[in-house]
Design a protein around this ligand. Structure first.
Ligand code: UT7
Length: 315
């Protein structure tokens, strides 16, 4: 057994806040509909800020809070589906902006909203073969660039932001026990890429994704606990992808998890895709909610369809 623990987190969101009432002035919707169906009240939307800038600031904060120097990082991964440039990757931009060593493994990966959990598992595997102990795992998306602003059932859900985590690897620590999966046969959630010749716009069958999400989150929690041999009562926090407060409530209820062990911040940010879990972790650290030894179950789900869960301990 060998694995990673969390050392420190950071986050960054654009300055501009767009409330449900702001959206209601632009389209046929209302604060009452959005907040009752999703729990979302506002989101941050990029103005001048770029996805790479948000990721850089989040990563800087994570390094500082972790007390880790850039040259101690061996792996830098950015989970994103909205990179500022396809090439170089956002991870390469971070190498330059943060002054990471030139032999740092740097690349972006796309597992949509599950990206952070996929990246956490990947970082753990790569650190096992690295001469350095630390990795930067970042999730950053500017979803406002790809939402279809004429589709009121999806555009109201998303926001922009970045979250970052510095994790430390030690051979004697247990693995995060990641449970990852994919059903590539599904077309419930879709956005075209540059190779398609189409404008990238998110299309989603909301009600079916909702059902998939509730089932997937409950299943992933059970699988992570079983794989790591962890009792549910030993987990201090369940940090679930912040897509919809009703999904979180229903999944938690199915698993018998009380509200005191859930961290929910989507009312302020909406669904920030790959950023949602590290953004939550960063806020938790900021509020003094994370203590050494705390065990957390993280679960992401999203386009692909993809899903992933992991058990992350605070170092
Ligand atoms: O990370 C990505 C994963 N994605 C998700 O987790 C999304 C999962 N799905 C959801 O969160 C929910 O399905 C939604 C919030 C997207 C939609 O909620 P719903 O309860 O499934 O609503 P619905 O799509 O069944 O629509 C109900 C009604 C419809 O009107 P009619 O046909 O009943 O007259 C919609 O046209 O609500 C209408 N509607 C709206 N009304 C006001 C849809 N969007 C809006 C809106 N404002 N923004």
């Amino acid at each position: 057994m060998s694995g990673v623990k969390l050392r420190g987190c950071g986050h960054c969101v654009p300055a501009r806040v767009v409330t449900n009432d702001d959206l209601a002035r632009r389209m046929d919707t209302s604060d009452a509909w959005i907040s009752s169906r999703t729990g979302i009240r506002s989101r941050h939307i990029c103005g001048e800020e770029t996805q790479a800038q948000l990721c850089t600031e989040a990563a800087r904060m994570a390094l500082e809070r972790a007390g880790v120097r850039p040259e101690e990082i061996g792996v830098c991964l950015v989970a994103t589906m909205t990179p500022e440039s396809l090439m170089p990757s956002t991870a390469c931009a971070l190498q330059k902006a943060l002054g990471l060593a030139q032999d740092t493994v740097c690349f972006d990966m796309n597992a949509a909203c599950t990206g952070f959990v996929y990246a956490l598992h990947t970082a753990e595997c790569l650190l096992a073969a690295s001469p350095r102990r630390f990795a930067l795992v970042v999730g950053g998306d500017a979803m406002s660039r790809i939402v279809d602003w004429s589709d009121r059932s999806t555009c109201i859900l998303f926001g922009d932001g970045a979250g970052a985590a510095v994790v430390e690897y030690r051979p004697e620590w247990p693995s995060v026990g990641a449970v990852l999966g994919c059903d590539g046969d599904s077309e419930l959630l879709y956005a075209a890429g540059p190779g398609s010749g189409k404008t990238p716009r998110i299309a989603m069958e909301g009600t079916r994704v909702f059902k998939f999400a509730v089932e997937t989150v409950s299943r992933c929690i059970a699988q992570v606990l079983a794989r790591t041999g962890t009792a549910q009562e030993d987990v201090r926090w369940f940090v679930l992808h912040q897509a919809n407060a009703r999904i979180i409530d229903l999944a938690a209820r199915r698993c018998g998890i009380g509200a005191d062990r859930l961290y929910v911040n989507l009312s302020q940010y909406g669904n920030t895709s790959a950023a949602s879990i590290p953004l939550a972790l960063s806020e938790m650290q900021e509020k003094g909610l994370l203590h050494s030894g705390d065990r957390m179950v993280l679960v992401g789900f999203g386009g692909g369809l993809t899903w992933g869960g992991a058990l992350l301990d605070m170092a």
